[in-house]
Design a protein around this ligand. Structure first.
Ligand code: FES
Length: 578
């Protein structure tokens, strides 16, 4: 034990013999608790991102009870604290606009209340990075308890083989089939009740599964915990284990600062690549690293993407679902397969190193966690492109793209907004073919605002009817991790702050070359300079409120889209207690 009862942070509230100490103990007893409940135990916060409009987190109130059970059994005192719930599909314009809001809320909850440690209950795309970013900055011992993926569904159609179907990826596939007339309206409506059968996060390797898995690889979640299906009884037991473990972490003073290093972020990046994870991880990983004072750049991600094969055979890069991944051994088995790429001596929430956590954990199903000599893809979960169209970088997921577009030159067709894009893409006379490069701009962190997942631009209806299912698409937006296609995303700097994407015109030629990592606008420099001089910046629509704060302080995609004033490790004084 490195902390005694007298060392606990919560003592500042509860042990003083003055009038303030009296008031704090008095208010605890107002709730029916005893004064010794807060005087003789570590106080554990349970940050809960449950809400009635967050289906991925619908079970988290129940899980909070399991965490409390674990805390009490280990001699701690639990308090559940609600935090902003960001259900990915319901929140508009995009949950990304509120990731930093959640991070601020978590950080300030932890700082302002009498807490000694925290369990984070989260899992949907932004709730994972949002809660963890805030907890890193708060600096208390913390443990991430993942909401867990939803259970799998099956698609049955007479005369066709039964298919496992998952959230997000198959919605997009069925939508394209419906648009092309291969699915009738009755079947399309019937599909609404499919693919999302039960509470839990999306069961493909979308952003939710990517981020929870990455947090486990970082060392901030119990080994094997993040893939347990939300509705599995093992999920409740895991939540209780989190409650038990966090109490010991408080005694050991095992803070995030003792876990998060350059090496642990390398492990998270290796995991992202071996998983074939979402491109969104590029933004969140950099934001997390900057909170921890670790220098992580897009180039680091690209270099690791070159060397690490995609082994997890999960949608959208493969054809299995998270439930299969769990049965195959989950993250410990995957990490053990790529252990040659890992920094194995990093500390984790278990109090053991990563090497100790994954020792002996073998893949139980090579069809799901592939062997090194039979990967889903030899590399290519993430590639970083640069050039005069993206001086600060852009990202692509080659493993979910069409290889025929890895080297491509085509004419640009430019959309300034999603409304214009949707209207023009429905036009049967739209001037385009499958070699056209679709461009969407004003969809970045400042421009949209919030950098929504608009980067999976729709294939124009005319081309869908011709059987086209993929094209090169470029934007300053993000893309859902459950989607697939030859989409170049996160172009930085974005159009709204004067990035070169703002200079592209219909008919300009664009070159994409994955081998040399190039993204070039083939227009001569004098012409681009003239266009730049004539550029009229878009008006700022938000004059007040949170969104004004967001637009004034959000950083660009290659910097993690955190607020500039939230990055870094400058110490924040503890609240004075008077
Ligand atoms: Fe919540 Fe996909 S919508 S995890």
């Amino acid at each position: 034990m490195t902390q005694s009862l007298a060392d606990l942070r919560s003592r500042r509230w509860f042990s003083a013999s003055d009038m303030r100490g009296f008031a704090h103990r008095q208010r605890i007893q107002q709730m029916g608790l005893r004064r010794e409940d807060v005087l003789e135990r570590p106080i554990i916060g349970i940050i809960n991102t449950w809400s009635d409009l967050s289906p991925c987190h619908a079970h988290l109130r129940e899980r909070a009870k399991s965490v409390k059970r674990g805390v009490l059994m280990a001699g701690g005192m639990p308090f559940e604290l609600p935090a902003m719930s960001l259900g990915e599909v319901m929140v508009k314009p995009t949950t990304m606009l509120y990731r930093n809001f959640l991070a601020m809320e978590v950080e300030e909850l932890l700082r302002s209340l009498p807490l000694d440690g925290v369990v984070l209950l989260a899992g949907c795309d932004k709730t994972t990075p949002g809660t963890v970013m805030g907890a890193i900055s708060a600096g208390l011992p913390m443990l991430f308890c993942s909401a867990g993926p939803m259970i799998s569904d099956r698609y049955l159609k007479r005369g066709e083989p039964t298919r496992a179907v998952g959230a997000g990826t198959h919605t997009r596939m069925f939508w394209d089939e419906y648009q092309a007339g291969h699915i009738d309206e009755a079947e399309w409506i019937g599909l609404e009740a499919k693919m999302t059968r039960a509470p839990g996060t999306c069961n493909t390797m979308g952003t939710a599964s990517t981020m929870t898995s990455i947090i486990e690889a970082l060392g901030l979640a119990l080994p094997g915990s993040t893939s347990i299906p939300a509705m599995d009884s093992g999920h409740s037991r895991m939540a209780a284990d989190c409650g038990t473990r966090i109490v010991q972490m408080v005694w050991d003073d095992l803070t995030p600062a003792k876990i998060l290093t350059k090496g642990s972020f390398r492990n998270a990046t290796v995991a992202q690549m071996a998983l074939g994870g979402s491109t969104n991880a590029a933004v969140h990983l950099i934001a997390l690293a900057r909170r921890a004072g670790v220098n992580l750049q897009l180039e680091d991600l690209d270099a690791i993407g070159h060397e690490v094969p995609v082994l997890a055979n999960l949608y959208p890069s493969g054809d299995k679902l998270m439930e299969d991944f769990h049965y195959a051994g989950g993250m410990p088995a995957l990490l053990n397969r790529v252990r040659a790429h890992l920094s194995l001596d990093e500390m984790t929430v278990t109090g053991h190193t990563l090497a100790e956590n994954i020792a002996g954990r073998e893949s139980l199903d090579d069809a799901v966690i592939r062997p090194l000599d039979h990967p889903v893809s030899p590399s290519g979960a993430l590639a970083v492109l640069r050039g005069n169209l993206a001086p600060d970088g852009a990202v692509m997921k080659p493993s979910a793209a069409s290889p025929k577009f890895f080297h491509h030159r085509g004419r640009a067709l430019v959309f300034d907004s999603p409304a214009e894009m949707n209207q023009r893409c429905a036009d049967p006379e739209l001037d385009c073919d499958e070699n056209t490069v679709l461009v969407l701009r004003n969809a970045g962190p400042v421009g949209a605002p919030g950098m929504p997942e608009w980067g999976g631009l729709p294939i124009p209806k005319k081309l869908l009817d011709q059987g086209v299912r993929d094209m090169v698409r470029i934007s300053d937006a993000r893309m859902s991790g459950t989607h697939y296609g030859s989409c170049i995303l996160h172009v930085s700097p974005e159009a709204a702050v004067g990035g070169p994407l703002s200079l592209v015109r219909d008919g300009d030629e664009i070159l994409v070359d994955l081998t040399s990592r190039k993204l070039e606008l083939l227009v001569d420099e004098a012409e681009l300079a003239a266009r730049h001089a004539a550029r009229v910046p878009p008006p700022r629509t938000y004059q007040r409120g949170y969104i004004r704060l967001y637009q004034e302080h959000v950083t660009q995609a290659h910097e993690g889209c955190d607020f500039d004033f939230l990055q870094g490790t400058a110490p924040t004084p503890q609240p004075p207690i008077f």
